[in-house]
Design a protein around this ligand. Structure first.
Ligand code: PEP
Ligand code: MG
Length: 560
């Protein structure tokens, strides 16, 4: 039995075989082949598999979203069989004796650059297609598995790290837990694990070794322990622990349908964070009061190219109709930083977390932003929608966004397309700049939602992805708490409500503080709703409020 220790970032106990995530080979090596005919056949076989996969995807897209959605995959099929593309690959294999992977990779690069340098916008758009198709053929040649897992039984998935784009595409029914060498508690992969209710442990470093693949493993997402080849006794202990957790969970079930109210009658709304329409099941199962954050960028991460207006409209409409008259707050696309997407072709940056991300991208690409806003407003006719904007730092950004909204609404009106006139508009407070000018921002919007993951990162100058920063990344830091208090004061003075949608919202050590400073809503992963309700119902704020406010404002206090 071997025990290795990491950091637990999503609770629960997982038991099963360890499986190493199969990723596309980052580096393709060129070598000389002896049998060029056999190598050419290898390419042809891979091309045939790619054609079949694309055909299936086209049919699926047609059934789910219509002909326009299917067209993308059909274009990819044409690209895969394009004569010039194929002949160039054949030339390298048959005349230069290159291996198939290297030939595809080389020609893909050449075609990509050729398309990218063309004047015609449509032809420039083909650069991303050729990259995508070639990536598919390369994956087949290299034996990379679609969705990263090739196992008949559910597994504990091990990896160096998982990008959000990789996590979102995994086959969830196959995963008992995540274990990674790198990563941190506020990385998006950890956030996704919590949303899915799957145990996760990060920061195992070199201790996580491929030699453990296939061996029986137990992980405890609360303590961060990973036990390889557990003895029968240890296994029995974990089975008992899991049963106890299930028993506790069953007790919490009795809180369904109850109010989020303190002993002295203070109420707070408890909503949920989701990443896709499918997460709605978990929201309902856990009795979430609404959706406080729908991270719309996961629609983009889960797609081979920009989701069309219709595709987005269908996804937003599904959530709005599914939630009935409950509020659904959709955040516009927050791409950039750790959430990279190839087809966005974002320039490489030294410090992407402080670069072109979120609303900055939307405002720099008005066509792209309009598509999302049109989809959102079309969907607004089907429920109780709020829209919020990520990574705001200035008032002008909000004003420019509101102007775009007005022109989108006018466009829809002229086209006779229905939309709601009661959509609440909000900004995320996740930069110190936004918190400090929240008095001015409050004049522009209906609500604020505090993104404490980024607010902590930017206030404390601590990369949220870097687990090594340990206690330096401290969301309880007085500076963060003071900013939150300032934001609530400025909001309430202007009749604006305030939520917290960062991971801190579910931190039960902070619930009393949030109630004391007057936060109106907490938006958390679905599984955190009932524990939070339990905590709220156990508190009496009669004396606590004054004590906590004094601790935050005072010269010194035991807590801060
Ligand atoms: C946050 O920053 O707290 C937040 C909710 O947004 P994200 O984690 O997606 O950056
Ligand atoms: Mg954020």
């Amino acid at each position: 039995m071997i025990t290795i220790q990491g950091k637990g970032v999503s609770t629960g106990i997982g038991m099963g075989p360890l499986y190493c995530y199969r990723r596309a080979k980052a580096e393709i090596k060129q070598y000389t082949v002896d049998d060029t005919q056999a190598e050419w056949q290898r390419f042809k076989d891979a091309q045939a598999v790619a054609m079949a996969q694309l055909g299936e995807l086209a049919e699926k897209a047609r059934a789910e979203a219509g002909d326009e959605a299917a067209l993308l995959f059909e274009t990819h099929q044409m690209m895969a069989e394009d004569l010039d593309y194929e002949e160039a690959i054949q030339d390298l294999i048959e005349n230069e004796a290159w291996n198939a992977e290297a030939a595809v990779s080389e020609i893909a690069g050449q075609f990509h650059d050729m398309f990218a340098s063309m004047d015609d916008e449509y032809m420039r758009g083909r650069a991303a297609d050729v990259k995508d198709v070639s990536g598919r053929i390369l994956n087949i040649l290299c034996g990379v598995v679609q969705g990263g897992i090739n196992s008949d039984v559910p597994v504990l998935l091990a990896s160096d790290d998982l990008a959000p784009s990789e996590t979102i595409q995994l086959d969830k029914s196959k995963i008992l837990g995540f274990i990674t060498s790198y990563g941190s508690s506020s990385s998006h992969t950890a956030i996704l694990a919590r949303t899915m209710g799957i145990p996760a442990i990060v920061g195992l470093g070199d201790q996580l070794d491929v030699i453990y693949e296939g061996r029986q493993v137990v992980v405890d997402g609360a303590t961060g322990a990973v036990i390889i080849d557990p003895t029968d006794d240890v296994m029995a202990d974990f089975v008992a622990k899991r049963e106890e957790q299930l028993r506790q969970r069953a007790l919490l079930e009795t809180l369904k349908g109850q109010e989020n109210i303190t002993k002295d009658g203070k109420k707070i709304r408890v909503y949920c964070n989701i990443g896709s329409p499918e997460d709605m099941d978990a929201v309902k199962m856990n009795d979430g009061g609404g959706i406080g954050l729908f991270r719309s960028e996961f629609l983009y991460l889960n797609s081979a190219t920009y989701p069309t207006e219709d595709e987005q409209f269908e996804a937003y409409k599904a959530v709005l109709t599914g939630m009935g008259d409950k509020e659904v707050i959709i955040r516009t696309c927050d791409i950039g930083a750790d959430k990279q997407i190839d087809y966005f072709e974002l320039p490489k940056e030294e410090n992407p977390a402080m670069g072109m991300r979120a609303l900055r991208i939307s405002l720099s690409r008005p066509g792209f932003f309009r598509t999302q806003l049109r989809a959102l407003y079309r969907a607004s006719a089907y429920g109780n929608l709020g829209i919020m904007f990520p990574m705001v730092t200035s008032v002008w950004e909000v004003r420019e966004t509101k102007k775009l909204i007005e022109s989108v609404k006018k466009e829809l009106h002229d086209e006779g397309i229905p939309y709601s006139d009661h959509v609440e508009i909000g900004v995320m407070i996740e930069t110190p700049a936004a918190a400090i000018i929240s008095d001015r921002l409050a004049k522009e919007v209906d609500f604020f939602s505090c993104g404490t993951n980024d607010l902590t990162q930017y206030t404390l100058a601590c990369d949220r992805q870097n687990n090594d920063l340990g206690r330096f990344y401290d969301p309880h830091h007085l500076s963060v708490v003071r900013l939150l208090k300032l934001v609530v004061e400025n909001a309430h003075k202007n009749g604006v409500w305030v939520g917290i949608c960062g991971e801190l919202g579910a931190d039960l050590e902070m619930t009393e503080t949030f109630l004391a400073i007057g936060v109106d809503e907490l938006s958390v992963s679905p599984r955190a709703v009932l524990p939070l309700r339990n905590k709220i119902r156990s508190l009496d704020m009669t004396e606590a409020t004054a004590r906590i406010l004094a601790e935050i404002d005072g010269e010194a206090s035991p807590k801060y």
